[in-house]
Design a protein around this ligand. Structure first.
Ligand code: ADP
Ligand code: RBF
Ligand code: MG
Length: 446
């Protein structure tokens, strides 16, 4: 996945997309689109089937249809609302199927999507967004926002976002969708952002753009900018990001020094574990690293729940048991984390409580090697247990991020990589590289 061939390494400023890049609105929008369109289609179907004798299975049809709608909603991302609605109507043939035009569809969705209104859930930041913005400000790198959202909607969204209006204070310039004639994938908004940052057209390559959608990447590249993609679309669609200069799994993985910008200072090297880029390693940067490393979380995260049955692969296939936790009740908490590999501690609260607190390394994500469709939380406790402990309550304290999930060509390579993650965890604690644990001292009391 890494692509560094034509990457410019002389960036002087950074331009950000908002939705899906800095704040996580995409999941909220997709939910609304899927429910509005599903209802439209089902209502028409009901009308039709009540006048005919065929008894079609509506719930069956609806799950297929929902997948189709979700897919279309994903593909339409990155554009201004009306243009996204036009693409949706077109892809799903909504005018023909249900007689709904783009403007009407947009109105129906906006009615449900009332950003900034009382009672709406707060819009979460994307993992690593504030870390990146804070760092660029500290290093005095000029930044701009280039969003397809209109000024009015932006105000509403930020009122309801986790960090609130504070995020907007980080930008030297803000460009909204209603300030340009043509929206993304047209380059106009990136030209505007570049101009507002005082960068000449011939220097557009020195603007580093962060985007999450293929439409956004097209716009940035057409404006002559250097473009980093942090995809919000599923892995199957990663081919659609081919136009980007570099693709990262999350904002946490970005190596600013590859673009000539200051290097993050919060990664900690584990100087006893040598960095050897292995097959699955997608962290190959133009600046070679010597050691494995980890990034302490700004806020540790506690995940507690009963141990459930997983995919039945850990012990059998890998010889590495992972005590899976149910993601559903923990969704809000794990959305704060980028999918990836983490380490920390774990304790059991039932019959195995007496075994104590154990160092733990875990994967929180989709396990690309197995191409899982569902997210899973899989902690491997670095301790030998005499027996299984299904159903027992497990509490995990997530302390640090190690890397993004990767794919491997062989199981042996995956196993080797997981064992190396375990060494990073062990060494980080042995060498006393993780501070801030005392704030959690109550959690360590059994
Ligand atoms: P599953 O797919 O059901 O999660 P695994 O093969 O991954 O099955 O095995 C996980 C189970 O093994 C855990 O639920 C737990 O009961 C048991 N287990 C034993 N030792 C460990 C360990 N060190 N770390 C995690 N789970 C362990
Ligand atoms: N699965 C992957 O597909 N890619 C990975 O990079 C990956 N890294 C892991 C790292 C750790 C520390 C652990 C415990 C698991 C990791 N797995 C990874 C998950 C592994 O595929 C999963 O635990 C098994 O499939 C069991 O369900
Ligand atoms: Mg498991």
């Amino acid at each position: 996945m890494p692509k560094s061939s034509s990457t410019s390494n002389d960036a002087s400023c950074v331009i950000f997309d908002l939705d899906g890049t800095l704040i996580n609105t995409e999941a909220i929008v997709d939910d609304v689109v899927v429910s509005v369109v599903t209802n439209l289609l089902l209502n028409t179907k009901k009308k039709k089937s009540s006048s005919s004798s065929s008894s079609s299975n509506i719930s069956n049809v609806s799950s297929d249809v929902q997948r189709e709608i979700f897919d279309a909603a994903e593909d339409a991302r990155g554009q201004r609302p009306l243009e996204a609605s036009m693409e949706l109507c077109d892809t799903l043939k909504l005018e023909r199927r249900v007689g709904v035009d783009p403007k009407t569809l947009l109105e129906m969705c906006s009615e449900t999507l009332r950003w900034g209104e009382e009672g709406m859930d707060a819009i979460p930041d994307m993992p690593g967004a504030m870390r990146l913005l804070r760092f660029l400000k500290e290093k005095k790198v000029p930044t701009a926002l280039a969003t397809s959202t209109s000024k009015e909607e932006l105000t509403k969204k930020m009122k309801n976002s986790e960090t609130g209006k504070k995020m907007l204070d980080y930008f030297d310039a803000i460009c909204c969708g209603d300030e340009v004639k043509k929206g993304k994938p047209d380059p106009e908004i990136f030209h505007l952002a570049r101009e507002r940052l005082g960068v000449k057209r011939q220097d557009a390559g020195r603007c580093l753009v962060f985007e999450d959608t293929p439409h956004g990447v097209s716009a940035a590249k057409a404006a002559g900018c250097c473009c980093v993609a942090v995809p919000s679309l599923r892995r199957e669609k990663f081919d659609m990001y081919k136009g980007a200069d570099r693709v990262y799994h999350s904002l946490l993985d970005v190596e600013l020094e590859d673009f000539g910008l200051p290097k993050f200072e919060d990664w900690r090297d584990v100087e006893t574990v040598e960095f050897i880029a292995d097959e699955g390693d997608e962290r190959i940067s133009t600046t070679t690293r010597k050691y494995e490393r980890f990034l302490k979380l700004e806020r540790f995260l506690e995940l507690t729940g009963p141990v459930i049955r997983g995919f039945g692969r850990g012990s059998k296939m890998l010889g590495i048991p992972t005590a899976n936790l149910d993601v559903v009740p923990l969704k809000q908490q794990i959305d704060k984390l980028a999918p990836g590999i983490y380490f920390g501690f774990a304790k059991l609260l039932g019959p195995n409580k007496s075994t104590g607190v154990h160092r733990t390394v875990m994967s929180i994500g989709y396990n690309p090697f197995f191409n899982d469709k569902r997210k899973s939380i899989e902690p491997w406790l670095l301790h030998t247990f005499d027996e299984d402990f299904y159903d027992e309550t497990l509490s995990v304290l997530v302390v640090a991020y190690v890397r993004a999930e990767c794919n491997f060509t062989t199981v042996d390579n995956l196993i080797e990589r997981i064992k190396k993650d375990a060494r990073v965890c062990e060494e980080a604690f042995d060498l006393g590289l993780v501070d801030g644990l005392d704030e959690w001292k109550d959690w360590f009391v059994l």
